[in-house]
Design a protein around this ligand. Structure first.
Ligand code: FE2
Length: 390
């Protein structure tokens, strides 16, 4: 049998204050995030917007340019048309050109013959080989702040852009600006949220000096393995939270039990075995982490049904939890513990093989070993052989 990831523990009653503080922290971030809204991936959304705009205006090309780190340079965030790929590498000095002027002043422009415009800057056409004849450019404004511009180029039927076209582009730019702002806020909240989770995980690990960095490594192993299976972006995020917080239920366990070098008493083991339930109960109350709570609950289940707390078997254990079990066990085996020194890499792999089909799910082991092979090969700068499970 593989060494248990949890030598000791005692989830006793959650200390009210710690529990309340942690819940409040996580709930606050969740609440902000809920209000901001779950924006889809920004680039994907903007690509759709710009393609629709180009088609609706019967134009040859369209693009969205955004300021990034400062208000001096505009980058092509998305573009459609014959040179869209080439534009991804291009940035514009906002002091020049029609886009620069619109981005600086916030006033839209229609230019139906660029060859007669002093403001037109030929640099992009020279770089990409595109030939701009006419254009509409509108600012992306939100809360009086200019984020960038929308540009639509060349009517396909050679006609001129008119006020109606401008109205359409303005309405696109208004919606796109709000969506961009929401996505950025959402990302900021998500980053803050992940930081909170990392802080919580570090607090758990810090209770036992031997487990420093354990949660982070388990998360990394788990996500690496998950790339070899079919998880959606949302499922990957759930997996990230669950693997980082798998032992959150230990937060209330007395440290003397966690670091105890001697074998645990039956009573202490009983306490220890409750930590997945305590962790899941804690996370379940935070909507953002509700899905992760199920994986946390199952992170000590065994493939043959001999795990805890519910004794689930085989595929009735969520695949995400089956991955965490392997990552957790591997990291536990390969690091020192109060009660034993670390096993070497080869012996740990052998142990994983030996327990495949009993403690570990074969699919999870295969994905884990693929991830580990890639990781160790990258670290070593050469291909490292890791034997497949026979
Ligand atoms: Fe655990």
């Amino acid at each position: 049998m593989v060494l248990s990831p949890d030598k000791s523990s005692s989830p006793s009653v959650m200390p009210g204050q710690v529990e309340q503080e942690n819940k409040a922290k996580l709930s606050l971030v969740y609440e902000i995030s809920r209000r901001v809204g779950n924006a889809p991936r920004m680039t994907q959304m903007l690509e759709q917007v710009i393609k629709m705009t180009q088609k609706t205006l019967n134009a040859e090309a369209a693009s969205i340019l955004l300021f990034r780190d400062n208000d001096q340079e505009l980058y092509f965030e998305v573009a459609s048309g014959p040179v869209s790929k080439a534009l991804r590498q291009v940035k514009l000095n906002a002091q020049y050109g029609i886009a620069g002027q619109v981005a600086r002043t916030g006033k839209p422009l229609i230019v139906n013959d660029v060859s007669r415009s002093e403001r037109f800057h030929k640099m992009i056409d020279d770089t990409t080989g595109f030939s701009t004849k006419s254009l509409i450019c509108a600012p992306l404004v939100v809360h009086r702040r200019i984020l960038g511009v929308v540009e639509v180029l060349n009517k396909l039927d050679q006609s001129e852009f008119d006020e109606q076209d401008l109205e359409a582009v303005m309405s696109v730019s208004t919606t796109a600006a709000i969506a961009i702002e929401n996505t950025r806020l959402h990302q900021t909240v998500l980053d803050a949220y992940k930081n909170t989770i990392r802080t919580l995980a570090a607090a758990i690990d810090a209770k036992d000096p031997y487990t420093r960095g354990h949660s982070q490594r388990v998360m990394e192993y788990t996500l690496l393995a998950a790339t070899y299976l079919s998880f959606s972006q949302e499922e990957m995020e759930t997996l990230e939270y669950a693997s980082t917080l798998h032992d959150v239920g230990k937060i209330s366990i007395d440290s003397h039990i966690l670091v105890k070098p001697e074998p645990l008493s039956p009573e202490e083991w009983q306490v220890m075995r409750e930590h997945p339930t305590h962790g899941a109960n804690l996370l379940r109350e935070i909507p953002f982490l509700e899905k992760a709570s199920e994986l946390v609950l199952c992170h000590h289940e065994k493939y043959n049904g001999e795990g805890y707390p519910r004794g689930l078997k085989g595929e009735s254990i969520p695949i995400g939890a089956r991955l965490i079990v392997v990552a957790d066990s591997f990291d536990t085996m390969t690091t020192n513990r109060a009660y034993r020194p670390a096993m070497d890499f080869e012996s740990s792999i052998k142990e994983l093989h030996r327990c495949t089909g009993t403690q570990f799910c074969p699919v999870a082991i295969k994905a884990f070993l693929s991830g580990l092979r890639l990781h160790t090969s990258q670290q070593a700068g050469r291909e490292v052989q890791i034997e497949e499970t026979p």
